[in-house]
Design a protein around this ligand. Structure first.
Ligand code: HPA
Length: 247
């Protein structure tokens, strides 16, 4: 079986049911990953787990060392990565608590180091990113959800915003006009770096809130965290359903 990693997001700094068997501190040429790689057993299979905001959830999206995280996973021999991302929902069907397996990305992040290919190159490299997520992994997640009757939405365009602030209502309107369906701060440059390292990468995005201006009142961390907690149990079920099918 190929090595699998789960990158945990807001609301998933640990996984219930993950039997921890070890911790690996990985040094990388790009500095420190968000923390040690946690080795464990989930659904009877060995997995790596890396909480991208750090074990204590202290690293904000724009400060994450995405290159170190992806490099560490590659170095550990990982081939498939399931990324868990908290998002705001724009499309009507993306209500708080929904799980979305996005199929496209528009990148609005700025000033994040977003490539491994910038220094000491023998040749300039442009990766293909037409399909930013690994389609075979997306399909397996969608199939596992169907088989286990776990409600998911199997498509959506993810707007990757810079943060750490949430959006204005007008920004959300513009993102919707651009064709975006969900908004998060962490899928980029993570997905592109994973592609540069030839990792098969897909996201389970958990809708934490209606996007700014689409619900009642102001968005607070309390509301976001409460909704995430209600979605995260289904994320675990989905992980347990899909992991046995990842060969
Ligand atoms: N916007 C951006 N990122 C997010 C949101 C949001 O509304 N909710 C959770 N992460």
């Amino acid at each position: 079986m190929s090595k699998i990693a789960i990158i945990g997001g807001t609301g998933l700094t640990s996984i219930n049911g993950l039997e921890i068997t070890g911790r690996e501190i990985v040094q990388t040429p790009f500095g420190e990953p968000s923390g040690p790689l946690v080795q464990g057993i989930l659904a009877g299979h060995n997995v790596y787990f890396l909480p991208r905001h750090g074990a204590g959830h202290t690293i904000p999206p724009h400060k994450i060392n995405y290159r170190a995280n992806i490099w560490a996973l590659k170095e550990a021999g990982v081939e498939q990565v399931i990324s868990i991302n908290a998002v705001g929902g724009i499309r009507k069907d993306m209500q708080p608590g929904s799980l979305v397996i996005p199929d496209q990305i528009i990148d609005y992040t700025i000033s994040r180091t977003n490539t491994f290919f910038e220094e000491g190159l023998k040749q300039v490299v442009h990766i293909d990113f037409t399909e930013p997520f690994c389609e075979s992994l997306r399909k397996l997640i969608i199939k596992a959800a169907e088989t286990h009757s776990i409600a998911i939405i199997g498509d959506g365009t993810y707007a990757a915003t810079q943060g750490p602030r949430l959006e204005t209502a007008a920004e959300v309107n513009r993102l919707e006009k651009d064709g975006c369906h969900l908004i998060g701060m962490t899928c980029m440059p993570e997905a592109a770096l994973a592609r540069e390292k030839d990792l098969c990468y897909a996201s389970i995005s958990v809708v934490a809130n209606l996007a700014a201006g689409r619900g009642e009142g102001a968005l607070t961390m309390e509301v976001i965290e409460k909704n995430l907690n209600s979605g995260i149990d289904r994320v675990r079920q989905l992980l347990e359903a899909v992991i046995p099918s990842l060969d």
